[in-house]
Write a protein that binds this ligand. Structure first.
Ligand code: KIV
Length: 259
């Protein structure tokens, strides 16, 4: 998958799927499943590192995980999140940091949270030849400013953000936690694909966090998530069986040992 091919999926009738991944083995499985894009999301901070929000993860940590994902993926587009505040401290620094990601990880694009407020930054990174996926609606990196993870309902502001990010050169846009009607309006308005999460079924595609899809998330799971497996139960069951067989002496059996 290339960025132009991904963008050209808009209007073809084929819905786009994107899933996060943070390491080699899972990225390989996600790629094998045939999704169009793998996102090395800054949800890494919560899902893998165990933080309470996405703010603590660093650029170096994002790159470290993006390298693993990049080595595993052969088919899908690989997009890497720019973490807070790697693109907030000036356009020069934003290009430099996006460039660091592209130089180190086998990825094709970066993603950053923002609309009208980040339009100049998006344009600057794009002008350096680095494709940008924008992220509008609920922006988890602004959780403190937003006062929590709430559905974003200011229609005019959302429309303005989406328009500004697209005009700045974003090739696609994540729409997070906005009403279905607004997501539909934005999707119809834009020439670039919209990838929804908690934004209803009318977006051009959908994205979910891998650990939510696989049933590996502990604690609160948002309403917009659908789990397609219960791997937590499967994994704990397998490990308990291992523990029991070690205790009983059933493992290792003669075929697991050398003579
Ligand atoms: O970081 C992430 O995983 C994301 C998705 C939830 C869209 O931005």
């Amino acid at each position: 998958m290339t960025v132009p091919k991904f963008a050209a999926l808009k209007g073809t009738g084929r819905k786009i799927s994107m899933v996060t991944a943070y390491d080699f083995p899972f990225a390989r499985l996600v790629d094998q499943a045939g999704v169009e894009a793998v996102l090395v999301g800054d949800t890494l901070s919560m899902v893998v590192q165990g933080h309470e929000n996405t703010l603590p993860v660093t650029l170096d940590e994002m790159i470290y995980h993006a390298e693993m994902v990049g080595r595993a993926v052969n088919q899908a587009l690989v997009v890497v999140d720019m973490p807070f505040p790697s693109y907030h401290v000036g356009r020069y620094k934003a290009i430099d940091n996006a460039g660091r990601i592209l130089k180190r990880a086998r990825c094709q694009a970066v993603k950053l949270e923002g609309g009208a407020d980040q339009a100049e930054t998006i344009a600057a990174i794009v002008s350096a030849g680095i494709p940008v996926m924008a992220h509008c609606g609920l922006r988890p990196q602004s959780v403190h400013q937003l006062g929590g993870y709430k559905v974003q309902r200011d229609e005019e502001a959302l429309i303005e953000d989406a328009r500004a990010a697209a005009q700045a050169g974003a090739f696609a846009m994540v729409l997070e936690c906005i009403p279905t009607t607004i997501a539909r309006r934005i999707t119809e308005m834009l020439a670039i694909p919209t990838i929804g999460i908690g934004a209803g079924g009318d977006c051009d595609g959908q994205v979910l966090v891998l650990h939510d899809v696989l049933g590996l998330t502990s604690g609160y799971v948002p309403r917009f998530v659908k789990s397609y497996a219960d791997l937590s139960t499967t994994i704990v069951g397998a490990l308990q069986q291992f523990r029991d067989e070690v205790r009983s002496g059933e493992f290792p059996a003669p075929e697991h040992a050398f003579q």
